[in-house]
Design a binder for this molecule. Structure first.
Ligand SMILES: O=P(O)(O)OC[C@H]1O[C@](O)(COP(=O)(O)O)[C@@H](O)[C@@H]1O
Length: 359
């Protein structure tokens, strides 16, 4: 390996030196990187390995499972169950938490993950990812579901892998957010993006605009003003991107700023959003905050949401903190009934959206 390069294991041991989690947490995260390398090999092989396509099974969200969803889930379990570092695991692809086989020692952590994020993109060769969150588990014996339902502020580590042109790992143990690139020649992740910082301001937003008429007015207002650009109250032009892989959209924001939104909408009022709190919003929220950004439901900090179920969904708005602050202000004005913006000419044009969303 080229001199001066730092591998992820060396980096973690240095970052965790002298902390309670010194050895075990570093070891667990290294086990996670082993799973990520296995998933990276499968995603990069694609059709050659017969890894594409869907199964005739559905996960607890009612989504048709892709072959890679299940294979990635297996890879995470096999890499992390044997080391005596976890007491249990929970995943987007499993209805209930995974109980370790009897022969494996129970460890001090709970690992919660989305084994393959953006799986709607697997068959079209667009970047996908793996997202993970680590909580401390101090109780003796197998954890109950309630042991997992802890707010994001209690995470001791979080990260994601992105399987794109290169495979990268971005993680935090609460001391900033750092990026590593998989060097396939040595089979290891090397520190390439230390101390990532998200600019406070941005002119780039990411949201699935096909849901626009279902959004709440504060989000309609924010997007309408961004689209109006120089001709509107923001007096500058905005750009938009939507990859439909949260990891890929968030990675872009860590590289150059921006905001990502998957707000609640009236498409399915029973669901307060599409993305899951425990293994999407919380880990990404910690990564973004540790990089100087903000992560909000629109009405408060995501990491302070008290979970009530393993697969619950939340509205997600995250990225450049000044734009998130603006979005929160729009929500507060709307909730106080002070949404004067909706009397603006910009909105008179778009009255269609407003009325429907209020009804
Ligand atoms: O299909 P939509 O509405 O654009 O939603 C895309 C969003 O859904 C997700 O694919 C959900 O994640 P999963 O693929 O893990 O279910 C996110 O990665 C992405 O941001």
């Amino acid at each position: 390996m080229q001199s001066g390069r730092t591998t992820v294991s060396k980096f973690l041991i240095e970052q965790l030196h002298g902390t309670d989690d010194q050895a075990d947490l570093a070891a667990l995260l290294v086990d996670v990187t082993a799973a990520v390398k296995a998933i990276s090999a499968m995603t990069s092989k694609g059709a050659l390995g017969g890894f594409l396509g869907a199964l005739d099974t559905q996960n607890v969200q009612g989504e048709v499972q892709k072959k890679l969803d299940v294979l990635s889930n297996d890879a995470m379990i096999q890499a992390c169950e044997w080391g005596g570092l976890v007491a249990g695991m929970a995943s987007e692809e499993m209805d209930d938490p995974y109980t370790l086989p009897k022969e494996f020692e129970r460890g001090p952590y709970l690992l919660i993950f989305d084994p393959l994020d953006g799986s709607s993109n697997t068959d079209v060769n667009v970047s996908v990812g793996t997202i993970f969150s680590v909580l401390r588990h101090t109780k003796i014996g197998d954890p109950t579901v309630a042991d997992y339902l802890r707010p994001g502020v209690e995470q001791v580590a979080a990260g994601y892998a992105i399987y794109g042109p290169s495979t990268m790992l971005v993680l935090t143990v609460g001391k900033g957010t750092h990026g590593f690139t998989l060097d396939r020649e040595i089979g290891n992740f090397v520190l390439t993006h230390p101390d990532l910082k998200i600019p406070a301001d941005t002119s780039e937003f990411a949201i699935n605009t096909s849901n626009e008429r279902f959004w709440e007015p504060p989000v309609q207002r924010y997007v309408a003003e961004a689209k109006a650009g120089k001709t509107g109250p923001r007096e500058r032009d905005f750009n938009t991107r939507w990859i439909a892989s949260m990891v890929a959209d968030v990675h872009r924001i860590l590289m150059r700023g921006g905001i990502f939104m998957y707000p609640k909408d009236t498409k399915d009022p029973s669901k307060p959003g599409r993305l899951r709190l425990m293994y999407e919003a919380n880990p990404i929220g910690m990564i973004v905050e540790q990089a100087g950004g903000a992560a909000s439901t629109g009405r408060g900090r995501i990491l302070e949401v008290q979970p009530t179920s393993l697969h619950q969904r939340v509205p997600v708005m995250l990225g450049s903190k000044n734009e998130i602050a603006r979005l929160e202000r729009y929500h507060a004005e709307y909730d106080r009934g002070e949404d004067k913006a909706f009397d603006s000419p910009l909105f008179k044009e778009r009255s269609l959206y407003r009325d429907e969303a209020r009804s």
